[in-house]
Design a protein around this ligand. Structure first.
Ligand SMILES: [Fe+2]
Length: 248
């Protein structure tokens, strides 16, 4: 490494102030529903950290997928438990519940039953399978949009099968799908490739929301590491982020 690049590397940016976001829209803070927190205490610890980071409101999003086929009733009951614990612990933060829905062909049934928990104005957080692109994806997205759901794709940077095909991201954006990247992706939490794609999506102006996707304290530690990332700084001042506008 040359002298000047060493010098540049030393010049660290100050940590980003996340309070401007107001709302986090992606986390796994209800025990016994998915691979997120294991207890109410763990949930409270993370919620306390997110409060300290400046968030005023958390939309927590337990998984709904084949592995965790949660029902609306289970999710709402879990929300009540954590909401009461937050109040008892006097953490001044609003806790809203929704879910992170994995999209596959069987999802059409759920749309027909209208069994989905939205947040704000019919927003829905969706994710794709990690191994392969889902069959019938375009049809399912179309059905959801016809049913007037506003779709937010969770962590587009994590679907490795699209990493070398950026046209896929353009196509989704052209369909009106919003993108939510994970803050910790910028600290390399998942992989160098996911970090690169997250940075590229920021540079291309394609990121609408950023989320914690907090499952446990490790996610909070990684999120903190990302706060000095220059791409996160650029995104925070870009005027593109819409976290604040989700719940009015
Ligand atoms: Fe998630």
């Amino acid at each position: 490494m040359g002298f000047f690049s060493k010098l540049l590397k030393k010049k660290e940016l100050p940590p980003v102030d996340l309070s401007a976001l107001e709302t986090d829209l992606h986390s796994h803070l209800i025990p016994n529903l998915d691979d997120g927190v294991k207890s109410v205490d763990e949930s409270l610890e993370i919620i306390g950290e997110l409060h300290k980071l400046g968030y005023k409101r958390l939309i927590t999003t337990p998984h709904t997928n084949e592995l965790y086929p949660n029902t609306k009733e289970q999710i709402l009951a879990g929300h009540k438990t954590i909401e009461q614990a937050v109040n008892k612990a006097n953490i001044p933060i609003e806790l809203i519940v929704s879910s992170e829905y994995q999209i596959d062909f069987s999802f059409i049934e759920r749309i027909e039953k209208d069994d989905l928990i939205t947040f704000g104005d019919r927003n829905l957080l969706i994710e794709l399978p990690f191994m392969n692109p889902p069959s019938g994806l375009k049809e399912v997205l179309f059905e959801l949009q016809m049913a007037r759901y506003r779709l937010i794709l969770a962590h587009p940077e994590r679907y490795s099968y699209y990493h070398n095909d950026f046209k896929f991201y353009d196509d989704l954006k052209n369909r009106g799908i919003k993108f939510q990247i994970n803050i910790s992706s910028l600290a390399g939490h998942y992989s160098p490739a996911a970090q690169n794609v997250a940075e590229k999506l920021i540079k291309e102006g394609m990121v609408d929301f950023i989320g914690s996707d907090a499952h446990n304290m490790n996610y909070i530690e990684k999120l903190k590491l990302a706060l000095t990332n220059k791409h996160l700084h650029a995104l925070m001042t870009s005027g593109k982020l819409k976290n604040k506008t989700l719940i009015k």
